[in-house]
Design a protein. Structure first.
Length: 457
């Protein structure tokens, strides 16, 4: 009888422990809010000074501070840690600002991020420079890239769209005004198409001209045909479309020169302004060109195809070099993109400021994407597991990089969103011959309104 009472008494605590362990694995956000957050705050408050001292983030107090401590108390004068601000809990972790003591810099705190992570029992610690003398610690309680849930406060702005989640639980925003052109690399089933799908649907809700080149017979971009202003599905069509885009760019330059009083004979390279300096009524709509499997544009089998390839590459390079001021932006996707593709490939890649590298099949492909801008990110991209599609390493020419993951979005929902926003497509007469045919929906088909699922399965 005594044994039965003992088992009954132990059953309650064991059930609680088992439930917490299950929630930590299956529902990490719930576990963090109920168990992980209070534990981490308690650890942080109880061990803040000792942890900072162990991490080498304390300094000797000033002479006046030491004299004041000795005069008012009999305590031993201890090193001074950075002054801690208010702890702000979030749904994924904690945020806290530190005022650095004289002689410290943000790199000192960043170098101790791994020690702080273990000391306070969180998944990761990220350091952000706020202003001189102040840094923000963003403590992440669990792996937010395992099940992607985009932040609620991630509203889109003109040419600024959130497309993925960073490992510090903030949204990765694709900003075309800051990073005009981007290269997206990834092997088959790495999530490259999901990234492109999210980007197209986010831009579809804005008055932006969307143009696609998909040499896989349009299997990737054709579902979005209702929102595309132009679509080329093979190299022959691409060879006809690219000169039209170059002519559109030149016409926009002429418009800038006319509206701003620049002499008509001025070379395009000497024009330093852009379409954003024009009055809103005269400003042409920005244009984003998506190129899926860019290597197909470089593949040649005959002499005639080689001449066509050279012309297309030259036109792409011109768009990359001069398109930003005319409001024309490139999104180039492929599995590999290096000098082996042919003449002009390296020159084109050098114009693509943003880099997104999904899982690749070899280290050389990762170096093509990130080796020239963030060498330390190459190993991180090579370590992406196949069972995590959508996970990628993103970097730019500033040298910074981080891991991101794209939320899941079904092709049907993406196509329905494009149908619902088809009326937002700006009218560009020069692209009318290339506008894809959109067959009418069959009777009984679901409505055109759709929303993306926020979780990556």
């Amino acid at each position: 009888m005594t044994d039965l009472v003992t088992l009954a008494e132990l059953g309650g605590p064991l059930a609680v422990i088992g439930g917490a362990a299950y929630a930590r694995h299956a529902y990490p956000a719930v576990y963090w809010s109920t168990v992980g957050l209070p534990l981490s705050v308690t650890r942080l408050l109880a061990s803040y000074s000792s942890t900072m001292d162990a991490c080498g983030l304390t300094v000797e107090p000033s002479r006046w501070r030491a004299l004041a401590v000795r005069a008012t108390t009999r305590r031993e004068v201890r090193p001074v840690p950075p002054r801690r601000g208010i702890i702000r809990p979030t749904s994924t972790g904690l945020r806290m600002r530190l005022r650095l003591v004289p002689g410290q810099e943000p790199a000192d705190v960043a170098a101790s991020a791994e020690r702080l992570r273990h000391a306070w029992g969180v998944h990761a610690v990220h350091v952000r420079d706020v202003k001189p003398g102040v840094v923000e610690l963003r403590l992440v309680g669990f792996d937010v890239l395992q099940q992607v849930r985009m932040p609620r406060r991630s509203d889109s702005r003109p040419l600024q769209v959130p497309v993925a989640l960073r490992e510090d639980a903030t949204a990765f925003v694709r900003d075309y005004r800051t990073v005009p052109h981007e290269l997206v690399l990834g092997a088959t089933l790495s999530g490259k198409s999901m990234y492109l799908r999210n980007l197209v649907t986010r831009l579809a809700a804005q008055p932006v001209v969307l143009v696609g080149i998909d040499c896989k017979r349009g299997v990737e971009l054709a579902p979005f045909a209702s929102r595309l202003s132009a679509l080329a599905t093979d190299p022959d069509q691409a060879a006809e479309l690219l000169p039209v885009l170059v002519k559109e760019m030149e016409d926009r330059y002429d418009l800038i020169k006319t509206r701003q009083g620049i002499a008509p004979g001025t070379a395009e390279e000497l024009i330093t302004s852009d379409i954003w300096g024009l009055p809103e009524d005269d400003r042409p709509a920005p244009l984003v060109l998506f190129i899926d499997e860019v290597a197909e544009l470089f593949m040649v089998a005959t002499r005639k195809e080689e001449e066509r390839r050279d012309e297309m590459v030259t036109q792409l390079i011109r768009l990359a070099q001069l398109g930003r001021a005319a409001g024309i932006y490139l999104e180039v996707c492929g599995q590999r993109f290096g000098a082996e593709l042919g003449k002009g490939a390296t020159m084109l890649r050098a114009q693509l400021t943003g880099r997104v590298c999904h899982r690749v099949n070899d280290e050389a492909s990762a170096k093509m994407a990130l080796g020239d801008i963030a060498p330390e990110a190459v190993q991180a991209s090579c370590a992406i597991a196949p069972e995590l599609p959508g996970l990628a390493v993103v970097g730019d020419t500033s040298g910074g990089w981080s891991r991101i993951r794209t939320p899941y979005l079904s092709l049907a929902d993406a196509a329905a969103t494009c149908r619902a926003t088809a009326h937002l497509a700006p009218d560009v007469p020069a692209l009318s011959p290339f506008r894809p045919y959109v067959p009418p929906l069959p009777d009984g088909a679901p409505g055109s309104m759709a929303t993306a699922r926020p979780v990556t399965e």
